[in-house]
Design a binder for this molecule. Structure first.
Ligand code: HEM
Length: 131
C-alpha cells in the first residue's frame, strides 16, 4: 500500500513537472519577459520543489526495485533521457541561442519527457523496444 502511494506520487510529480516546464517555457518563448516578476518567480520555485520531490521519490522506488531480482537497465535508460531533458531544457529557457533553436530544444525536451514516460511504462530500455 505504501509503495503504491509513493509510485502514484512520483507519477503525479512527473505530470506536474511537464505542465510546469511547458507553461514556463511557453511564457519565456512567447512573451519574452525582460524581468522576472513575482508570479514567474513563484512558478520557478514550484518547479524546483516538484523536481526535487520527483527525483527523491524516484530514488526511493529504485531502492525498493534494487532489492529484487528485476532487471534495472530501463532505469539507466530513463536517467540518460533525464540528463538530455535537463540539458535541452536549459537551452530552451536561456536566451543564449537564436529563437528557432530554443523552440527546437523546447520540443526535444517534451519528446524526451514522453520517452521517459514510455520507458517507465514498458520497463524496457529503448535499445530493446524493437526486439
Ligand atoms: C531520479 C530519477 C528517477 C528514478 C530513479 C525513477 C525511478 C522509477 C522507478 C524505480 C519506477 C518503478 C515504479 C514501479 O513501477 O513500481 C518509476 C516509475 C515511474 N516513473 Fe520514474 N524515476 C525517475 C524519474 C522519472 C521522471 C523524470 C519521469 C517523467 C516522465 C518518471 C516517470 C515515471 C512513471 C510515469 C512511472 C510509473 C510507470 C508505471 O505506471 O508503472 N520518472 N520510476
Amino acid at each position: 500500500m505504501g509503495y503504491l502511494m509513493f509510485k502514484h506520487a512520483h507519477m503525479a510529480m512527473a505530470f506536474a513537472t511537464l505542465a510546469l516546464f511547458v507553461g514556463r517555457g511557453l511564457h519565456r518563448l512567447v512573451m519574452e519577459p525582460k524581468t522576472v516578476g513575482p508570479v514567474q518567480k513563484s512558478f520557478n520555485y514550484m518547479s524546483y520543489g516538484v523536481d526535487i520531490l520527483l527525483l527523491v521519490l524516484g530514488l526511493y522506488l529504485l531502492t525498493v526495485w534494487a532489492a529484487t531480482d528485476a532487471p534495472l537497465m530501463w532505469v539507466g535508460a530513463k536517467l540518460i533521457f533525464l540528463v538530455l531533458y535537463i540539458a535541452v531544457g536549459v537551452f530552451a529557457f536561456r536566451p543564449v541561442l537564436p529563437k528557432p533553436y530554443r523552440w527546437l530544444c523546447f520540443s526535444l525536451a517534451v519528446l524526451l519527457w514522453v520517452l521517459m514516460y514510455k520507458t517507465a511504462k514498458l520497463k524496457v530500455p529503448f535499445w530493446q523496444w524493437f526486439g
